[in-house]
Design a protein around this ligand. Structure first.
Ligand code: PHB
Length: 355
C-alpha cells in the first residue's frame, strides 16, 4: 500500500519518499539575498522527498515583507546556488517558490508607490514593514498593458531559478498573493479579459503557467493554490466552481504538480470546497497540505486522495522529519516567537535525532 515512504516520480525526478517540505517565509535574508545560514537550514532538511523553498519575490515589485529572498538578480542566483548544490550533494531535490505579493505589501517597499493588484480593493489587515505593522493601503489596479510585464517577471524568475540550480519552480497562486488576488472575486472586480467570469479570472495564472512551462519545461513546474484560505482577507462567491476550473485549466498545460493548501489559515471555511473534485480535475501529481501529521498523511495517500503530502510547521521544527516519521520518534515543538526573522535560534538549532 502506498504510504509516505513509497518512492514517487515527479516530473523527471524520482523521489525517495512522498514527504514534501512546504514553503515557509522565514525572513532571514536581510539583503533579499540568500545567506550562509539559509544554506545550513535547507541542507539540514535535504532528506525530504522534495523541498519547496520559502517564497522568493520574482521582481522588486513583487516584494511584500522584510528580509525575504528574491530570485530575479544575478546576486540572488549566486546566493541560491550554494543551497541547491548542498541539497543535491545530500541527494535531495529542491524547487523555489515564485512569489509576487500584489496588494499584500506596503508603499514602504516601493519608494512610496502603491503596490499593484487586480483592483483597487484594500485588504483588511496590516503589512509587516521594516518599521513594524502598518495598515494595508488601497492598492492600484494594474493597467491591462502592464499584464505582459507581470508574466515576463515570472518567466524571468523561472529562468533565473534554473540558472541557480533548482530542480524546478512552484508558482505561488495561493494565500492571497497576486495570482490568488486575480482568481477570487473578492479581490478581482476587473471588467477586462482578466476579470469577471471564472475563465477570465483564471487567465493570468494560465498565461503565467504557460510562459513558465515554455521557459523551463512543464515537468519542472508546480502550482500552489488555497481554495478555502481566508488569510489576507480573501473570499470568493463560488470557490468550488472556480478551483475546479483552475485545476482543469492547469491540467491541460501538463505541469508536474498541483499543491493544494486544503485548510484556512484563518481557521474557518475548511469544508467549503471538496478537494477530491479538484484532484479529479487535475491529471498530474497532487500534493496535499494543511495540518497533516504522519497518520493523516499515510491515510490520504492510501485512499488515493493525494500523491504527496507537504508539511510546514512540523518541518520547520524537525530537520529530520522523514527519519522521525520512520522511527515513530517524538517531534520537536515549534517555537512561534522565532518563525519570522532573527538568527540561527529557532532556525538551524532544532536538533536532529541522535545529535
Ligand atoms: C506569511 O508570511 O505569513 C506567509 C507568507 C506566504 C504565504 C503564507 C503566509 O504563502
Amino acid at each position: 500500500m502506498t504510504d509516505l515512504f513509497s518512492p514517487v516520480q515527479l516530473g523527471k525526478l524520482k523521489l525517495p519518499n512522498r514527504i514534501v517540505m512546504a514553503p515557509m517565509t522565514r525572513n532571514r535574508a536581510p539583503e533579499n539575498t540568500p545567506t550562509a545560514l539559509m544554506v545550513e537550514y535547507y541542507t539540514q532538511r535535504a532528506s525530504a522527498g522534495l523541498i519547496i523553498t520559502e517564497g522568493a519575490q520574482i521582481s522588486p515589485q513583487g516584494i511584500g515583507y522584510p528580509a525575504t529572498p528574491g530570485i530575479h538578480s544575478i546576486e540572488q542566483v549566486e546566493g541560491w546556488q550554494p543551497i541547491t548544490d548542498a541539497v543535491h550533494a545530500k541527494g535531495g531535490h529542491i524547487f523555489v517558490q515564485l512569489w509576487h505579493c500584489g496588494r499584500v505589501s506596503h508603499p514602504d517597499f516601493h519608494n512610496g508607490e502603491l503596490p499593484p493588484a487586480p483592483s483597487d480593493i484594500r485588504p483588511a489587515g496590516q503589512a509587516f514593514t521594516y518599521t513594524g505593522l502598518q495598515d494595508f493601503v488601497t492598492p492600484r489596479a494594474l493597467d491591462a498593458d502592464e499584464i505582459p510585464g507581470i508574466i515576463e517577471q515570472y518567466r524571468h524568475a523561472a529562468a533565473m531559478a534554473i540558472k541557480a540550480g533548482f530542480d524546478g519552480v512552484e508558482i505561488h497562486s495561493a494565500n492571497g498573493y497576486l495570482l490568488d488576488q486575480f482568481l477570487r472575486d473578492g479581490s478581482n472586480q476587473r471588467s477586462d479579459a482578466y476579470g469577471g467570469s471564472i475563465e477570465n479570472r483564471t487567465r493570468l495564472l494560465k498565461e503565467v503557467t504557460e510562459a513558465v512551462c515554455n521557459e523551463i519545461g512543464a515537468d519542472k513546474v508546480g502550482i500552489r493554490i488555497s481554495p478555502v484560505n481566508a488569510f489576507n482577507d480573501m473570499h470568493d462567491s463560488d470557490p468550488q466552481a472556480l478551483f475546479n476550473h483552475v485545476a482543469s485549466t492547469l491540467s491541460a498545460l501538463k505541469p508536474a504538480f498541483l499543491h493544494v493548501v486544503e485548510v484556512s489559515m484563518a481557521g474557518e471555511l475548511d469544508n467549503a470546497v471538496d478537494m477530491l473534485e479538484i484532484r479529479k480535475c487535475f491529471k498530474g501529481s497532487y500534493i496535499a497540505n494543511g495540518r497533516y501529521d504522519k497518520p493523516r498523511g499515510n491515510a490520504v495517500l492510501a485512499k488515493g486522495a493525494a500523491d504527496l503530502v507537504a508539511y510546514g510547521i512540523p518541518y520547520l521544527a524537525n530537520p529530520d522529519l522523514p527519519e522521525r516519521f520512520l522511527r515513530d520518534a517524538p517531534l520537536n515543538e515549534p517555537d512561534q516567537a522565532t518563525f519570522y526573522g532573527g538568527d540561527a535560534h529557532g532556525y538551524t538549532d532544532y536538533p536532529a535525532l541522535d545529535t
